[in-house]
Design a protein around this ligand. Structure first.
Ligand code: H2U
Ligand code: ZN
Length: 345
């Protein structure tokens, strides 16, 4: 047995078939940097200059309706276009290209400019869940050439988020995104071998071990995966192995909203700031038939390490070699787990 609390070791990520490096002994080294707390910026409920607030003009010239709950629109500056001429150039194997079609949507979680998901009542978050599900289903149905719907959120300036108004994005693409592609074959071969989804078995094992679970309700569990790279990275798993967001029933949607609330509140409480992260759901490819090896889950990738300002950077050895972490997943999970479930004021 390897002493995972003391010795440098590698951990395997079965979802992506990649290894990461853990250096638990380094977490004990003295830290002399300062631990800042940053006073929270006070934002108004409504900001007349915000592109995303209800009723306001957007940057592209369109105007938002006076929306009262979750509101979704086509990105005014989309990275992908639905009407791009299809085409593949692989004449030179070293310089290949593929035209890529897609649709980019923006989702305002709430009309409240001063809120984030961590402030929203669970019932309001459920409207967001409904929108994620509806968008997945409608985008797939409206464009048969589309094969993936990526629901995600960039939160906080640190993650390149352009506007503090609570919002996320949805990109639907012709081909599978890279991270989804990585998870495809391992999940498929696991299902073929065992007749169960890999994610279901990861969940069952974590429930047995009780070392890395941060929060759970009747239908969803949040844990720090054994192979996490980011200090407080989490995996949010749907107990029922559904393939797509729109397959969630009413109680599972409510439970997902509760899980999103519970996690974002604990994240904010960790360093007493609005906690930055990028998150997104991984669901089965669309317009591709039944894929029982795919099991709906969300990944949260927050950059902060030690305080409101001290972040982890993926540099040096991580760019050229392998991602590495100091604080173990088990210690990170214990820290998140014991935080209060009510947001600091
Ligand atoms: P972030 O999730 O990185 O903050 O991006 C927000 C998106 O919102 C971004 O892709 C779009 C930007 O193009 N946007 C609009 O579509 N209209 C606007 O008026 C402002 C921002
Ligand atoms: Zn706003």
């Amino acid at each position: 047995m390897i002493d995972l609390t003391e010795r440098p070791h590698r951990r395997y990520n079965p979802l992506t078939n990649e290894w990461i490096l853990v250096s638990p002994h380094r977490a004990k080294r003295p830290w002399q940097g300062q631990v800042e707390t940053i006073p929270e910026e006070v934002r108004p409920e409504y900001d007349p200059t915000c592109y995303l607030c209800p009723g306001n003009p957007r940057a592209g010239g369109n105007q938002n309706p006076p929306y009262e709950e979750t509101f979704v629109f086509n990105n005014d500056f989309p990275s992908l276009l639905p009407d791009t001429e299809p085409g593949v150039d692989d004449t030179n194997p070293l310089f290949q290209s593929q035209a890529e079609r897609g649709i980019c949507r923006v989702i305002c979680f709430s009309p409240r400019h001063d809120w984030t998901l961590a402030h929203m009542p669970v019932l309001d978050i459920q409207r967001v869940v409904d929108a994620w599900a509806r968008e997945t289903q409608e985008l797939a149905a409206n464009a048969p050439w589309m094969h993936y719907v990526q629901v995600f959120e960039n939160k906080g300036e640190m993650m390149g988020c352009s506007n503090p108004h609570p919002h996320g994005q949805i990109w639907a693409t012709e081909r599978l995104p890279r991270e989804v592609e990585k998870e495809e074959a391992p999940q498929r071969s696991y299902f073929e071998k065992y007749g169960r989804t890999m994610v279901a078995d990861i969940l069952a094992e974590e429930q047995k071990r009780q070392e890395r679970i941060v929060y759970a309700n009747e239908h969803w569990t949040i844990l720090i995966p054994f192979w996490a790279v980011w200090p407080f990275e989490t995996l949010m798993i749907c107990h029922r192995p559904v393939q797509w967001l729109y397959q969630l029933n009413e109680t599972e949607r409510r439970a997902l909203a509760d899980a999103v609330s519970a996690l974002t509140i604990r994240y904010d409480n960790l360093f007493k700031i609005s906690f930055p992260y990028s998150m997104g759901f991984h669901q089965a490819p669309v317009n591709s038939g039944d894929q029982p090896h795919w099991h709906l889950h969300a990944h949260y990738y927050p950059p902060l390490l030690r305080s409101a300002t001290v972040r982890k950077h993926m540099v040096g050895y991580e760019m050229l070699g392998t991602p590495q972490r100091d604080i173990t997943a088990e210690i990170a999970a214990a820290r998140l787990r014991e935080l209060p479930g009510v947001r600091f004021a």
